[in-house]
Design a protein around this ligand. Structure first.
Ligand code: MRU
Length: 345
């Protein structure tokens, strides 16, 4: 599988996800501004992947700072981190990774500036490597919930492309397949940005995992026809009570799953938990350009001048969530206790 993001001697290289599946192009970033722009324009997307990108962006920031003392070094690093943190508001992994980079800088403030830069580079690369290991552990925990022969619905792309590798929701499916289970996937196309059609379908095809692409409004029909046995999605931020922010349309899928008695699983690393929030109502929802609704690819599909809205995420209330799969174990209701226990373990 082509790496989503990698660090190559001063360059952060990303596969351009806006051009998949038709073109496999890479974007090289050498400044934090270039990384920030790649996050904003969704060259790289998916909560864990943008966390990794931001950490590498912070390391590029550190590398270019010309300061002799820690305080002025940290001031410039913090300014770049603040700019990176503003690129996308919903996925908490972004802020989490940047806070970790700043903390490591503070903890090593007695080092020389050149050693500190090496330290920060190593930390960013550690965040990248850890993400793959976390996804594999999560996959292993989650695959026990899937049975041989099941059809699993997913929404958006929570795969290798949304992470440093292997994926969260698709990691659970990959782990089930790796354990010898015969799993087929239904992928919602995920209007308006089409992460399901463009990315999930591509990624699963590359891995030879059977995938059927459906438009978002078909999933209720397939549930009613008993063609879907389980739903597995990723998350951008999970509040302390287990409310889950994920790609717009996830809430609709969860409501339908409950109506048809289909388990609705969320797979996310501990870094996606935001225990500072008591409920999902406090999660900031990114509003993207209405242009993305009015057009499909580059083709306008609505009358000129029509009003459109584009909330990029929605919040699924915890009572629709059967379980939250993390690298540390599987949390079930009541989530306020189970999530806190996992986070502290
Ligand atoms: O807008 P995107 O493509 O960044 O949204 C991505 C999602 O909603 C994913 O489901 C989520 O980030 C989990 S990715 C492992």
């Amino acid at each position: 599988m082509i790496p989503t993001i990698e660090y190559l001697n001063g360059v952060v290289r990303m596969i351009d996800q806006t051009r998949l599946p038709n073109e496999t192009e890479f974007i090289d970033c050498t400044t934090p501004e270039e990384v920030g722009s790649a996050i904003k324009t969704m060259v790289i997307r998916g909560a864990p992947a943008i966390g990794v990108a931001a950490a590498l962006g912070a390391s590029l920031s550190a590398d270019r700072i010309e300061a002799d003392d820690f305080d002025s070094f940290f001031e410039q690093l913090a300014t770049d981190c603040t700019a990176l943190a503003k690129t996308r508001p919903t996925a908490v992994n972004l802020a989490w990774a940047l806070e970790r980079m700043k903390r490591v800088a503070q903890e090593n403030k007695t080092l020389s500036i050149s050693n500190l830069k090496v330290h920060l580079r190593e930390e960013a690369c550690r965040i990248l490597a850890e993400d793959v290991a976390i996804n594999k552990a999560m996959g292993n925990n989650g695959q026990t919930l899937l049975q041989n022969g099941q059809n699993v619905l997913t929404h958006c792309n929570a795969g290798a492309l949304a992470t440093a590798g292997y994926g969260t929701a698709l990691g659970v499916i990959r782990a089930a397949v790796d354990n010898g289970k015969d799993i087929s996937v239904f992928a919602n196309e995920t209007r308006p940005f089409l992460q399901g059609a463009r990315l999930t379908a591509w990624e699963l095809q590359e891995d030879n995992i059977p995938v059927t692409l459906i438009t978002d409004n078909m999933c209720g029909h397939f549930m009613k026809e008993k063609r879907i046995d389980a739903v597995v999605v990723g998350a951008d931020r999970i509040a302390g009570n287990g409310d889950v922010a994920n790609k717009i349309g996830t809430y609709m899928v969860a409501v339908l799953a409950q109506k048809h008695n289909i388990p609705f699983y969320v797979a996310a690393p501990i870094s996606t938990l935001d225990l500072s929030l008591s409920s999902g109502e406090q999660i900031p929802i990114e509003q993207r350009s209405a242009e993305e609704v009015i057009t499909l690819g580059k083709i306008r599909i609505a009358p000129e001048g029509v009003r459109a809205e584009h909330p990029a995420f929605d919040v699924t209330p915890n009572d629709l969530v059967s379980a939250i799969i993390t690298e540390k174990g599987v949390a079930k209701a009541p989530f306020t206790e189970s999530l806190k226990r996992l986070a502290q373990s």
